[in-house]
Write a protein that binds this ligand. Structure first.
Ligand SMILES: [Zn+2]
Length: 530
């Protein structure tokens, strides 16, 4: 059976999407998820371009990925420079990975108009850079930028760029539709021409400006490429990259091509949602395969058809991609999911017991109020503990008050106006009630400080817990400032990171719930260790 290698560039090209920015921790988490999905190559970033990516590659060494290989991205040497002194190539060689991808121009017009150099110098840049990296013992993929546009205007030169890369030792030639304007027929013709010329494996990297990135990718596969590149949810510059969440199931389920296992494919929806949460974007409900609505049935006719024959109105079994038909969600399947999750977390709940039922009802109620546990496993684990009759929380909030004030300062001070936030918190620990107050640079920060001040008297180790990420999501945009708000918080003690969630129409309350969960979770873990 034909097999295809999957190459994900969510962490590099995907971050070019407007409004998307991943922290290093986000990137590490996403890499782990992509590994679970069975992605063969994960492009982690461009170590020559920013310190965040350098940090990512250095921390990624401890990820111990089981399926995926990390890839560092960079470009060919600059023109009129030596490879040995090219900072970008040196950063690639020092990234600590075995596979690198370098981008070079494969279009006559791009070379003369944009790079402003000669066609021969561009070929030398390609050859020199690949030879340099090959001499370092690396596997080198050559990203032939603007290949398809270049093939249209000067096919000869576009193919010469590929041949130059192949002769210099490139291990894979990545054919790029950089501007995203090609149509499937053009892709087929150019891939076929390249395939006739060289036996070096080919790859496709398509952008979605003509909404054809997935179609173009599949056309390239049919024309003989053995690697496909794309991003989760199609994130990428302008209209995005080819969407791996559509490509992977199409390859596996429609074309019978081996690329991931059935178990890995069933993680697709989870990974898609995970990445959108990390990007702080609402998951697109209408995405094929992985969207909330992809297998939703509203029409009565469809629903009655489904009741008679499950496949009457769906193109695949949604379970294959980890999604589910919306009308068929039963109490039973919900309970099964919860029991499964509990087991995964090492907390066995009896299937027939009252606890599982109570938990199911709670989760449903909380989800209807905007809580969401896909990216907040620590909050979910706390729910599991809280349904146990003998559970005792390490602290309880009695009440809190937050004051935000805009003050004028004395005219001698530089900033004449300042915002002040102060929080007062009353917390019960054991039998004792403690009352504290603290200031902060904002209301949430003040609340966080006051709560810690109270708890640290009882749990001094809490000082090592830090808030590392704080994300706010408006859930019903149309109702404006009255909207339900979901807050996702990531905390760290320097060793582990965990995520908690809060939801309310009041942003302070939503933040409080997520903050308190973050601290309670850590205290609970400490208790179970000691
Ligand atoms: Zn791209």
């Amino acid at each position: 059976m034909l097999s295809i290698q999957l190459y994900d560039t969510t962490l590099r090209d995907g971050t070019q999407k407007e409004g998307v920015s991943f922290s290093v921790v986000d990137k590490l988490h996403i890499a782990r998820k992509l590994d679970e999905l069975g992605i063969h190559f994960i492009e982690g970033g461009w170590p020559g371009s920013n310190p965040k990516d350098v940090e990512f590659f250095s921390r990624a060494k401890s990820l111990n990925l089981s399926c995926s290989q990390l890839v560092a991205f960079g470009s060919t040497r600059r023109h009129k420079t030596e490879t040995e002194t090219d900072a970008n190539l040196m950063a690639l060689a020092d990234a600590g990975v075995e596979v690198v991808t370098i981008v070079g121009k494969a279009s006559e017009l791009q070379v003369t108009q944009v790079l402003e150099t000669t066609l021969d110098e561009n070929l030398s840049m390609i050859a020199d850079s690949i030879s340099y990296l090959k001499a370092k013992g690396l596997t080198v993929f050559f990203d032939a930028e603007h290949f398809f546009d270049g093939f249209k205007t000067n096919a000869d030169y576009a193919l010469r760029c590929l041949m130059t890369a192949a002769e210099a030792g490139a291990d894979c030639l990545v054919l790029c539709d950089t501007n995203g304007g090609a149509i499937p027929d053009e892709i087929t013709a150019a891939v076929t021409a390249a395939g006739k010329l060289t036996s070096v494996p080919l790859s496709i990297h398509a952008h979605n400006d003509g909404e054809l990135a997935v179609a173009n990718t599949l056309a390239a596969v049919q024309a003989g490429v053995s690697q496909v590149q794309g991003t989760i949810n199609g994130y990428g510059e302008r209209c995005g990259n080819a969407n791996l969440c559509s490509i992977i199931p199409a390859l596996k389920l429609k074309m019978g091509i081996d690329c991931v296992t059935g178990t890995q494919l069933a993680k697709l929806t989870e990974v898609s949602h995970y990445v959108s949460e990390a990007a702080n974007l609402a998951p697109d409900a209408f995405l094929p395969y992985v969207g909330f609505s992809a297998f939703g049935h509203k029409a009565g006719l469809h629903v009655s058809g489904l009741a008679k024959w499950v496949d009457s109105y769906q193109h695949i079994d949604p379970g294959q991609v980890g999604n589910r038909p919306r009308v068929l969600v039963s109490e039973l399947s919900g309970k099964k999911n919860i029991l499964y999750k509990a087991k995964e977390l090492g907390l066995d709940l009896p299937a027939q017991g009252k606890e599982a039922q109570t938990l199911l009802e709670q989760v449903k109620l909380l989800e209807s109020r905007g809580f969401q546990y896909d990216n907040a496993e620590a909050s979910f684990e706390l729910l599991l503990h809280r349904v146990k009759p003998d559970y005792k929380s390490p602290f309880e909030l009695v009440d809190f008050m937050v004051v935000v004030e805009k003050r004028r300062r004395p005219p001698t001070r530089k900033n004449l106006e300042e915002m002040l936030s102060e929080a007062m918190v009353k917390v019960r620990v054991g039998g004792e009630v403690i009352h504290t107050a603290a200031e902060g640079n904002g209301p949430v920060n003040a609340l966080d400080q006051a709560l810690r001040k109270a708890l640290i008297q009882f749990y001094p180790n809490l000082a090592q817990v830090r808030l590392v990420d704080y994300k706010v999501r408006i859930l019903e945009e149309s109702v404006g400032t009255e909207a339900q708000v979901r807050v996702l918080i990531e905390s760290s003690d320097g060793v582990d990171e965990w995520q908690t969630v809060g939801s309310s129409t009041n942003i302070i309350e939503a933040s409080w719930l997520a903050l308190a969960d973050g601290l309670e979770y850590w205290l609970l873990k400490q208790k179970s260790i000691t």
